[in-house]
Design a protein around this ligand. Sequence first.
Ligand code: 9PG
Length: 540
Amino acid sequence: MKPGIFETLSAPSKSIQLADTGSSLISGTDVTVKLPGLPIKYLYHGWQSWSLTAWVDLNRPLKIMRPGIMNPGQTDPEFLHDLRPNGSWYGAVELEDGKIAFLGALGLDAHVALEGGKLKGRYAGGNGDWLACLGDESDIFNEYATRLKERFGSGRSSHPMRVWCSWYSLYTEIDQERLLKVLSDLDGLPGVDGKDKLFDIFQIDDGWQQDIGDWEPNAKFLGGMDGMAARIKDRGRVAGLWLAPLVVSPSSNLFRRHQEWLLRDQHGKLVSAGFNWGRRVFALDTTHPDVQAWLANLMQKVRRWGYDYIKLDFLYGGALPGRRHVDKTREAAYREGLQVIRKALGEAYFLACGAPLIPSIGLCDGMRVGPDVASQWDDPFYRDILRNFAAPGAVNALRTSLNRLWMQPLFQTDPDVVYFGQKHNFLTEEQRAILQNLAQVSGFIATSDIPNWLTDAEKHNMVKFIKSSSRVEKLGKYRYRIDGKEVDFSSFIEMPPLPGALSDIIGSYLDLAANVRFPVKIVDMVSRGSLKKYLKNNPV
Ligand code: 9PG
């Protein structure tokens, strides 16, 4: 990017006019950027891994996602009711002439919105630095990434990841026997030998723990988590483990024993960290010295068990709005917690998930950059009735992940898993291939496919894909050349048109129903029951 005018004046409130292509550094609590033309699209940037990040036409406003009970786990609750086009840390508009105007924070606690034809940025905690640019989108994001890296550093790993993760086939129905069976079947895949294990990492996801907060193995892992790590390493793979260390379930011992560790609002009420595992969850106050000591101990314990790849999930819990033991911005509080975690993890690979993006830079090695994929392409119920684009689904994952690939200089970008098998999967072959292409451009390849559920042809496809060289060249906004073949993702990730009034009425009733926890619990139990039944008829 061509250097522009560098504004060094520091003032709480600042206004600049973008006129020439180039970039400016500004300092201020509140900054206003006047645009040189009419904006037609806005780039919403979601707060954490799963939150929507997309270019949206200004005549297609985004609505609050449903159900409300899930909001704290899917978007930034602080700006939930902000009706302006807005987003976390940065915002950009596409102007009529195709140029991009951009305002991005180089600090932790900022938010940007489009108001009255101007980009307005604000730091919650006082003065901070901003980058304002006009020009070509990829030039702008290259510069933004460079400047963020200068301030916050970057992850430490650059070689492509090849991960087997238990979540997207077994979900919480994991146990010792099932996982060991998969581990041994992976070695039976064609092309696996002493030199190439195909998957370098075998990662155990949610389902091993006693409770959210009680990070000890449950009765399905009687050999202990150290025992599992040893078996994984015996097979020549890095052992990986999932935890959600910053959220707490009310059913846990941690919740009962340490009420003073929990994040509360100004009225002393517990802050909701959303709804998952069929229940509401709460968050830890990462500024509390005892919480920090507990986090360090937990990470050291997991390392002692033998895990060298750690997926830490639901991390947004540490950055929710609330009153803390030490008064600082929520992002600074989160980053302090993450620093403790990073230190205690030592040399382990740290994959952040459900994590606020900018405040995690320099502390994690990999970052989930979109919502969960699912074995279906696009769910009309989530799209039109709940208008929820952070919900699991292939299109939702594609859309947000692709808009975050500019962050590759800052951490490895995990777009979530790909699928090779047709069993228990509703994606067409073409749709599976699109997700595979996304993994190639992201440089992060993961799957949850069960070898025993794959046909011989599917096994060969999997092996061929993982062993392919994946030479990637960026050709355009969403256009790439992968191993000589051109792939254009553009048509898949457009925001769908706003649904009609009927969808909206149904949606608002369902939203009310979802806030009554009982029916949601039933839905949760039914889906668990159907997976259990499936696994009984289709052993791994
Ligand atoms: C384990 C899973 C997997 C998965 C993670 C995360 O409520 N939500 O919006 C919601 C979003 C994602 C999610 C769970 C709930 O999945 O992304 O890879 O580790 O947790 O529970």
